[in-house]
Ligand binder design. Structure first.
Ligand code: FE
Length: 237
């Protein structure tokens, strides 16, 4: 069944964001996870070249480091835009909750509510012989998202990691929302063993690691968050 499913990882060099195109090639339909506004022409080109109709665009959470392409994609392709409850992105077409599924041709993505990086963070699970999980900024390769803004919480992140993501089949391929070293994928088993932030015994221990990071604000934060709450609109009349 999965031969006809295309999974393509796309990269935005400015924000180190990974965007995922998943398509049912037989049905000619596709969805995008975490599309970046600046990359819109590339997405449209790829969809045209592969003869795909974009049905759905999803943001895993309200991003602070890049502007989403959700609004522009909906205007250009008439696709549905989806975010997860309790997102403040009111312009989205549809809000989904924990455990609900998104269907696109023969693709079924199950939403997993994973607050912690933000209070609106979701991961998406694609079942199959080799399951795949799109982890947004909840679980990165050898890292995790930060928890110091947008209602982030180390306690929530700990619960999302240990009680949700690490309960997935250990052979699940992990596709993160970003990578700063060019690492493109991992697995749940590999991260459980090698990710320093998963070697903790309590949320307080995770919080200690995160509090020592001393990260500056993302450079686009003041632009990206207000724009993303408007589905990526940056021009206000
Ligand atoms: Fe993020």
């Amino acid at each position: 069944m999965r031969q006809s499913i295309l999974l393509r990882q796309l990269f935005d060099r400015e924000s180190y964001t990974y965007t995922y195109l998943i398509a049912d090639l037989d049905a000619g339909v596709a969805l995008l996870i975490d599309p970046v506004a600046e990359c819109l022409p590339g997405y449209l080109q790829l969809l045209t070249e592969l003869d795909l109709t974009l049905k759905i665009a999803i943001d895993t959470h309200c991003h602070a480091d890049h502007v989403t392409a959700l609004g522009q994609l909906r205007e250009e392709t008439d696709c549905e835009t989806i975010v997860g409850t309790p997102s403040m992105i009111e312009c989205a077409s549809r809000f989904i909750g924990d455990g609900q599924c998104i269907e696109c041709g023969r693709i079924t993505l199950r939403a997993i509510y994973t607050p912690g990086h933000t209070d609106d963070s979701y991961c998406y699970y694609l079942e199959g012989e080799r399951p795949v999980v799109f982890t947004g900024d909840t679980l990165l390769i050898r890292g995790t998202g930060r928890t110091d803004f947008q209602n982030g919480s180390a306690e929530d992140l700990y619960n999302s990691l240990f009680n949700k993501l690490l309960t997935l089949p250990s052979n699940s391929v992990v596709y993160p929302g970003h990578d700063y070293k060019g690492w493109s994928q991992s697995t749940i088993a590999e991260e459980r063993r090698c990710n320093p932030r998963l070697q903790v015994e309590s949320w307080q221990e995770l919080d200690l690691i995160l509090s020592k990071l001393n990260l500056g604000d993302p450079k686009l934060m003041d632009v990206a968050i207000p724009a993303n709450l408007q589905c990526g609109r940056t021009l206000f009349i």
